[in-house]
Design a protein around this ligand. Structure first.
Ligand SMILES: [Zn+2]
Ligand SMILES: [Zn+2]
Ligand SMILES: [Zn+2]
Length: 361
């Protein structure tokens, strides 16, 4: 049944991993003005004369930190961010009364994902994507090893102006920070509690549910069907080692999470075979998103085990993952004021639309 034939959904869904994070799924769309379905314009040029991230313009950026396969004819290049949000030198943060602050110490680096200026993730070949994930892993490991004050190394990507990308040339960013991000902290704490209670990783359980659960829920009085859950209903893409899932309580209309099928808390443990499969699942997932959303603009980020004593016992309960958050709308005052995300497309319907895209390979 398509979205149009269904009665509008209006329910507050609780994030099973972080229950304090709820989502209002309201498919009547009255919450937002209808956005026209024109795809957003995208910069698809191969090379731009004055782009600091294009080949030949290396002098326009800070020096190279890492270049793959080498400085000459690099395909992936990492440099210091010209405008770092966290820096090498301590800023001498002042704590006074309720004005608590900690030093903005850290590192902020840019990974130029590809030598081709306007290429999208789903247009890169899988060998290249596997290399890119290898660069993420290697740099994370180096940064953790370089300084014991670093608690978390956040890898993320902003693609498109709607996602906050200030330079059109495709790039990712790495921020090594002295604190653990709040959303990751909440995932770690809640998954630890779940593990202590049930001796099971909640992410593994969610994957199991997505792959094996089937249910029909009837109204107790009338006997009418209230909801049907089909096997694979939330699965967008499945590889040998990875799965792409549409979360039941998706904050964003087209949000998709990618997780390893085998339990692992730390992205740094990724094997070569896993990297190759992640590249494939990633490329296909992004191709589906691009086909459905049209010139998809998004943020993605990695959540993996931090380097901190406080989370040493989270290895069994926490499961690393990549969250992809396509940006198709701007948060409204209701969302900012209530802390509730509003999602106007039912996650079940979104997952189906994504699955139905036919990919060439
Ligand atoms: Zn460029
Ligand atoms: Zn797990
Ligand atoms: Zn997460």
């Amino acid at each position: 049944m398509s979205e149009k034939e269904q009665a509008p959904l209006r329910e507050i869904r609780i994030n099973p991993i972080v229950p304090s994070e709820s989502v209002l799924v309201a498919t009547a769309r009255a919450m937002r003005p209808r956005k026209d379905e024109e795809p957003a314009p995208r910069d698809t040029r191969r090379h731009v004369e004055r782009c600091p991230f294009c080949q030949g313009n290396e002098a326009m950026t800070p020096p190279t930190i890492m270049a793959v396969p080498g400085e000459e004819n690099w395909q992936i290049r990492m440099v210091e961010n010209l405008y770092p949000v966290l820096g090498e030198t301590a800023g001498g943060a002042l704590t006074f009364g309720l004005q608590q602050a900690i030093d903005g110490y850290g590192r902020h680096e840019v990974i130029i994902d590809n030598a081709v200026h306007g290429i999208a993730i789903h247009e890169m070949d899988e060998a290249h994507l596997a290399l890119l994930f290898g660069v993420y892993r290697d740099r994370m490991a180096q940064l953790y090893a370089s300084d014991s004050r670093i608690r978390y190394v956040l890898v993320f990507k902003n693609f498109g102006p709607a996602a906050g990308a200030s330079i059109a040339h495709t790039h990712s960013q790495i921020i090594a920070m002295p604190v653990v991000p709040e959303n990751l902290h909440n995932e770690l704490l809640n998954s630890r509690v779940h593990y202590q209670k049930y001796n099971q990783c909640i992410f593994c359980s969610l994957i199991d549910e997505a792959l094996t659960f089937e249910a029909t829920i009837y109204d107790r009085v009338s006997g009418e069907i209230r909801r049907k859950i089909n096997v694979g209903q939330y699965v967008v893409e499945r590889g040998e080692h990875f799965i792409a899932i549409k979360p039941f309580a998706s904050r964003y209309e087209w949000e998709v999470h990618i997780l390893p099928l085998q339990h692992d808390s730390d992205f740094l443990n990724i094997s070569d075979a896993q990297r190759a499969d992640l590249a494939r699942v990633m490329r296909r997932t992004m191709a589906r998103l691009d086909a459905v959303v049209g010139g998809v603009q998004y943020n993605y980020f990695l959540h993996s085990l931090p380097r901190s004593e406080a989370y040493a016992d989270c290895q069994s309960g926490f499961h690393w993952h990549l969250e992809i958050c396509p940006r198709t709308s701007i948060p409204t005052g209701f969302e900012l004021g209530s802390g509730l995300f509003v999602n106007t497309i039912s996650p079940e319907d979104a997952a189906q639309q994504l699955r139905e895209v036919s990919l060439e390979s």
